[in-house]
Design a protein around this ligand. Structure first.
Ligand SMILES: Cc1cc2nc3c(=O)[nH]c(=O)nc-3n(C[C@H](O)[C@H](O)[C@H](O)COP(=O)(O)OP(=O)(O)OC[C@H]3O[C@@H](n4cnc5c(N)ncnc54)[C@H](O)[C@@H]3O)c2cc1C
Ligand code: FES
Length: 285
């Protein structure tokens, strides 16, 4: 664990016992992803930091780790962007506001906000990775004094699969961010006004100061190596690159060993890592 950013203490009372949260709103992000706004009993604050996740459960459908998609500054609610991927998430997609899900956490090591302070940020997300990145983006919006220029690059497979389109419009229009988006392909007749191509193609034209920039990458596994290669060409060393990794998880709290990367537990030592901590580990990327 990096000593500079101790994770917030989990607000749920037991490591193993979920707390029932009310779904106060649910909306479609894409045909396959929904945004859930949740409230802890009594309006208690979750107490997370950007980059952390919660274990979500439904009776009969086990549990799954889901990143918190909203910043801590949203107070008495927090949000989860959930892709329909299997049993639990399929059942979640059938829930309506007023219904409840179990939550444990928040867990995991968050983004190292102390070490990122004063730096220019380059936030690179792909697909569903924009959900955890959104927590950090909202944090940057709420604390403009903490960071230098913030540049965001986001890639999706197609315009229909792009998450948070209205928010991307707002971030693009905001003086706070430089924001570019791209898709792998556009189907005939689809309305879309961004770039076409892989997110890696957005990196070469950037003017970066490698001594003042921290890059953060959250996306599908296939994205990491290609993005890191482009960042290295820009002079960014592994001590200036942050990755958030996904592993199969069960307990979420360092007990079951399902999520290991060599001697590290992704659920506790991660999911956020500085690249120089894990780049030489087998199977990390
Ligand atoms: C730290 C962390 C944060 C995550 N954040 C989000 C998020 O914000 N939104 C979101 O939609 N999903 C997120 N996920 C992924 C989510 O936990 C998995 O998709 C989970 O399996 C869904 O549970 P399920 O019961 O619906 O699917 P299951 O029925 O368990 O499995 C569906 C398929 O996904 C595979 N799978 C299971 N776990 C993972 C995993 N971790 N990575 C890749 N494949 C997996 C299974 O092998 C199976 O093929 C995150 C995962 C981790 C580890
Ligand atoms: S998920 Fe159990 S040890 Fe990490």
């Amino acid at each position: 664990m990096n000593p500079s950013t101790p994770p917030a203490e989990p607000r749920t009372p037991s490591l193993y016992l979920p707390v029932e949260c009310e779904i106060v709103a649910v909306s479609d992000l894409t045909p396959n992803e929904k945004l859930f706004r949740l409230r802890l009993p009594g309006g208690a604050v979750l107490g997370h930091l950007p980059g952390q996740f919660v274990q979500v459960s439904l009776l009969g459908w086990e549990e799954a780790p889901i990143s918190v998609a909203s910043s801590p500054g949203r107070g008495a609610f927090f949000e989860l962007g959930v892709r329909r991927a299997g049993r639990l998430t399929d059942a979640m997609h059938r829930l309506k506001s007023g219904e409840r899900v179990g939550i444990r956490g928040p867990y995991g090591r968050p983004f190292d906000l102390a070490r990122m302070a004063g730096q220019e940020l380059l936030l690179i997300s792909g697909g569903c990775g924009l959900a955890p990145m959104r927590s950090l983006i909202q944090y940057c919006e709420e604390h403009p004094e903490e960071f230098g220029r913030v540049t965001m690059l986001h890639g999706a497979r197609s315009p229909a699969e792009m998450l948070f389109r209205d928010e991307l419009d707002a971030w693009e229009a905001s003086a706070r961010f430089a924001c570019s988006r791209t898709v792998d392909r556009v189907t005939d007749g689809e309305r879309y006004n961004g770039g076409v191509g892989l997110v890696t193609a957005l990196i070469p034209p950037l003017e970066l100061d490698p001594a003042r920039t921290v890059a953060v990458i959250v996306g599908p596994p296939v994205m990491y190596r290609a993005v890191i290669a482009e960042l290295r060409k820009k002079g960014l060393g592994p001590e200036r690159i942050v990755v958030s990794l996904e592993r199969q998880m069960r307990c979420g709290v360092g007990k079951c060993g399902h999520c290991t990367i060599e001697h590290l537990y992704c659920c506790q030592d991660g999911p956020v890592f500085w690249l120089d901590e894990i780049e030489h580990m087998r199977g990390a990327l």
